[in-house]
Write a protein that binds this ligand. Structure first.
Ligand SMILES: Cc1cc2nc3c(=O)[nH]c(=O)nc-3n(C[C@H](O)[C@H](O)[C@H](O)COP(=O)(O)OP(=O)(O)OC[C@H]3O[C@@H](n4cnc5c(N)ncnc54)[C@H](O)[C@@H]3O)c2cc1C
Length: 501
């Protein structure tokens, strides 16, 4: 049996970041990852001469003052090399009107908004005001949702007067903001917002919480921005791993945690894990669990039976989405009309496609070639309920249809694909251990966001949740914020004071 002060389950960005922070603060930390590499949904895989980003392809929070930047400064490690995305994305509503480039420069984006959505200025202004208020609050490191007095005190400390005004919008949606601005019938704007919000909140305009949506709609512009990492997404995890090795974290690959129990005698958590050949036990006072909370139903069986209300809460979490991702490669000269790394366009077959194209010299493909990744949302049960034959048929069908959509959108000749493959929720389950291949955390609707979400503090002392189902939600920046929050909670729970970046 191996003992440490803190065990972290899962070396995605949430697990790597919390392990790195707590180890830097002086705790002994063991980090257990089932895969043979770190990164989870923000990892990469190699195929032939190509490196493909598995899920995440763009990063928020790398700018000075952004969450990754602040954490990297604290860890005293260099920020991975990256370029700002400008435009962050080009959105094509396929309604015969020109595509919408989402510019990084604020003034350029405001001009574009006016051109694309005449009369919408008051909506964007309102979103911006709400976002300004949210941002000061978020940078004051609140703890949400609140589960005890310390959490409450952190929430109160983080509040600024403008939050009391925006607080009235706690239960409102982005559609409510459109209504306030007299834009509830602006179908083109609604179509655009539906596409963008779905990417960041898993919800549409009617169901995205106003406070959450207002902020994600400002993430591409100064002083924030989205970034394209050089080499691959893995460089974010590699940088965090370099911090783990400096501070002596016991990072274990290839062991899958299969159960978690509380030992009443030692008053410690006991974590059982399996490699292909052996079983292992790890013991710690604090345990950070970064796999999706739905997996606790399997891993925390015995303790959960004593907390039926919490068990039911986990059982009844709304179904998150799944993803189908198309990974391909082409000669740069064979893909026409590109002026951005990211595209999003409406598809009658799939709702929409989100496309990420590498830079010619960014390390993902040999000279003269690029990788092209396209993702769509899907219901996980549509894949898991199929027998083998129908699964293969559906997968081939998706491969064909996605190829056709891309060929038509980017003027690609079918013979020019150098590589093509598809991941379904079954593949995501295998890669990330997420039950049924669910991705991206919980939909950020007014019933789940912020105060009403799932807390990092569980009803079990010393067991903490972290990752994209916890405040503030999905994305590498979101889970880093949740890693910082849980690290502060652990420090405070030991009476070791407060800690802020
Ligand atoms: C298709 C797609 C596109 C996306 N695009 C973006 C984007 O462009 N930008 C962005 O910021 N975000 C994006 N995201 C979201 C982002 O990738 C995730 O929100 C974030 O990476 C989640 O990090 P995490 O650490 O919470 O979880 P995960 O990445 O899922 O990490 C959890 C880790 O725990 C491990 N694990 C699970 N169970 C066990 C177990 N039993 N034992 C041991 N280890 C275990 C897994 O192997 C995994 O490594 C995208 C996601 C997907 C799927």
């Amino acid at each position: 049996m191996s003992e440490s002060e803190i065990v972290v389950v899962g070396a995605g960005i949430a697990g790597l970041t919390s392990a790195a922070i707590l180890s830097k603060l002086g705790f002994s930390v063991t980090l257990i990852e089932s895969h043979y590499q770190s990164g989870g949904c923000a990892g990469t895989f190699k195929r032939k001469n190509y490196i493909f980003d598995v899920g995440a392809t763009q990063v928020a929070g790398l700018e000075k003052g952004g969450i990754h930047h602040r954490i990297f400064d604290f860890l005293d490690i260099p920020i991975p090399e990256a370029t700002i995305l400008d435009p962050a994305c080009i959105v094509d509503l396929k309604d015969g009107s020109p595509p919408i480039p989402i510019w990084h420069k604020k003034s350029k984006w405001i001009t574009e908004q006016e051109k694309q959505f005449p009369g919408s200025r008051r909506f964007w202004k309102l979103c911006n005001l709400i976002h300004q208020s949210n941002w000061i609050f978020a940078n004051n490191n609140p703890v949400l949702p609140i589960s005890n007095f310390w959490d409450f005190s952190q929430l109160v400390k983080a509040l600024v007067p403008s939050n009391l005004v925006t607080g009235f919008l706690l239960k409102s949606s982005i559609f409510d903001l459109l209504r306030i601005c007299g834009l509830s019938k602006n179908q083109r704007l609604i179509k655009f917002l539906n596409l963008q919000l779905k990417l960041y909140s898993q919800e549409d305009v009617y169901n995205t919480a106003a406070l959450y949506g207002s902020t994600v709609l400002q993430m591409c512009q100064q002083p924030h921005g989205l970034w394209h990492l050089k080499k691959s997404m893995q460089s974010l995890s590699e940088a965090l791993e370099s911090s783990l090795s400096k501070t002596g974290v016991n990072l274990i690959f290839g062991q899958k945690v299969n159960s978690i129990n509380f030992d009443e005698v030692s008053k410690c958590w006991k974590v059982s894990a399996n490699s292909k050949k052996n079983s292992f036990i790890y013991q710690s006072k604090d345990l950070i669990y970064t796999a999706p909370p739905q997996s606790l139903l399997k891993h925390l069986k015995y303790p959960l039976n004593r907390k039926q209300i919490y068990k039911n809460r986990l059982k009844n979490l709304p179904d998150p989405s799944g993803a189908v991702v198309f990974y391909s490669a082409l000669k740069k000269e064979n893909i026409k009309k590109i002026s951005s790394n990211h595209y999003q366009f409406v598809s009658s077959e799939f709702g929409s496609l989100f496309v990420s194209i590498s830079d010619e010299d960014d390390g993902r493909a040999p000279k003269g070639e690029v990788t092209l990744i396209a993702s769509i949302f899907t219901k996980t049960k549509d894949w898991f309920e199929l027998d083998k034959q129908n699964y293969v048929k559906r997968k081939n069908d998706f491969m064909k249809k996605i190829s056709l959509e891309l060929e038509s959108h980017f003027d690609i000749s079918p013979e020019n694909w150098l590589h093509r493959e598809l991941a379904t929720p079954l593949g995501f389950e295998k890669w990330t251990n997420r039950p049924n291949g669910i991705v991206g955390g919980l939909g950020q609707n007014p019933d789940i966001f912020g105060l009403f979400g799932l807390s990092s503090r569980t009803p079990f002392e010393g067991l903490w949740l972290c990752g994209d189902s916890i405040y503030p939600g999905e994305g590498t920046a979101g889970v880093s914020q949740s890693a910082l929050m849980v690290s502060r909670q652990i420090l405070a729970s030991k009476g070791m004071g407060n800690f802020n970046l």
